[in-house]
Design a protein around this ligand. Structure first.
Ligand SMILES: Cc1cc2nc3c(=O)[nH]c(=O)nc-3n(C[C@H](O)[C@H](O)[C@H](O)COP(=O)(O)O)c2cc1C
Length: 348
């Protein structure tokens, strides 16, 4: 396949995703709390991808400020990621509607049909994470416009199933809406393989952390550059009676201390000093503020270094546009190498 044909093929493979996002490339920069703010989001969108603002725990006014600031840096489409558990979810959706945000990603649990309806009535396209085929079907019935499937290789909060398995299970079953694949994607060849399996596009997070435009603390970025895939591990739960929501992060002092902390809290509960509910709350609150501590303050030992396994493919700081171009070129080169001279010779 020559370069022009490779381009045509890639164009065909991700056309649905590009049309849905309104972008040059069907590559989403997954929202990352504290990291996906105006600068990185605008840089991803300006580079031809689709940036997504992480709302996290922002208030509606703070979100409005961030959306306006992003709109000042790019005229291209970008989305906003809202956490469904946020106590002000409706007001946050309304802010997105008022400021003409084209795409809302509802994350952190399944959204209610009322939230989906509200976002759609305000003119936004709504995306959601689907952990299984039945949930994907339910979300499609509820009127969701596109899905993200995210495998356990991803950074941040994770499910138990690998991206490759989720893709095989879900992509052939959900033709109704565009599906974007996330988790463990570090190179264009992997992106291409998911497109060929039927994905409309991909979402990457870890790969964008060391973008030049990303405001993460230099020490946070250095931790990514130094790390290999096996350093990005899920948080450990020491007792099934005290469940821990798994988060993938680079092992550091905070992850080691978390294990000791759980043992201490559970012992205090078992001795009757605190209730089970109180113990569970303390365990959940352990990580409060920890991502900010690492990303913004640069405390890479006591903060949370959320990162996916693709961290091993992050080797230096690079401009966002260069990262995007590299991914596209890797996909094109892989296509271009097909039916090359060696295969042609085999046919002689
Ligand atoms: C540091 C970090 C923070 C993240 N924060 C969020 C978040 O606030 N909301 C969300 O939906 N996903 C979050 N994610 C997941 C990303 O949006 C994305 O889906 C994921 O990083 C893709 O997998 P990858 O890391 O293997 O590229 C986060 C990921 C990382 C690495």
């Amino acid at each position: 396949m020559n370069k022009a044909k490779a381009r045509q093929r890639l164009e065909l493979l991700w056309r649905r995703g590009r049309e849905f996002l309104g972008t040059e490339y069907a590559i989403m920069g997954g929202a990352m709390s504290w990291i996906s703010e105006r600068n990185l989001v605008a840089a991803i969108s300006n580079g031809g991808g689709f940036g997504v603002l992480a709302c996290g725990t922002m208030t509606p006014d703070r979100l409005a400020e961030e959306i306006l600031a992003t709109q000042a840096l790019t005229t291209r489409p970008f989305g906003v990621n809202l956490i469904t558990m946020h106590s002000d979810l409706e007001a946050l959706i309304d802010v997105c509607g008022r400021l003409s945000v084209g795409h809302i990603v509802l994350a952190g649990g399944l959204p209610t049909s009322a939230s989906i309806r509200r976002a759609k009535d305000l003119g936004a396209r709504v995306m959601c994470f689907a952990p299984t085929v039945p949930f994907a079907r339910k979300l499609v019935r509820t009127g969701i416009d596109a899905l993200v499937i995210e495998g356990t290789e991803a950074g941040g909060h994770i499910g138990p199933v690998a991206t490759s398995v989720l893709a095989q299970e879900i992509l052939p079953q959900i033709p109704e809406v565009p599906v974007f694949v996330a988790g463990g994607i570090g190179r264009g060849e992997a992106m291409l393989s998911f497109l060929e399996m039927g994905a409309s596009g991909c979402q990457l997070g870890t790969r964008f952390v060391c973008a030049t435009e990303c405001i993460a603390h230099p020490r946070f970025k250095q931790s990514f550059i130094k790390a290999s895939a096996r350093d990005a591990v899920p948080s450990i739960q020491v007792d099934p009676q005290f469940p821990v929501i798994p988060v993938r992060a680079l092992a550091n002092n905070a992850t080691r201390r978390f294990i000791e902390f759980q043992h201490e809290v559970i012992a205090r509960c078992r001795s009757g000093e605190i209730s089970q509910k109180e113990a569970q709350l303390q365990i959940e609150h352990y990580w409060a503020g920890a991502l900010r501590r690492a990303v913004i303050d640069g405390d890479t030992e006591n903060g949370s270094l959320m990162a996916g396994q693709s961290v091993g493919m992050v080797s230096r700081e690079q401009p966002t546009a260069e990262i995007l171009q590299e991914l596209v070129d890797q996909a094109l080169d892989a296509l271009d190498a097909r039916e090359g001279p060696s295969l042609a010779l085999v046919g002689q």
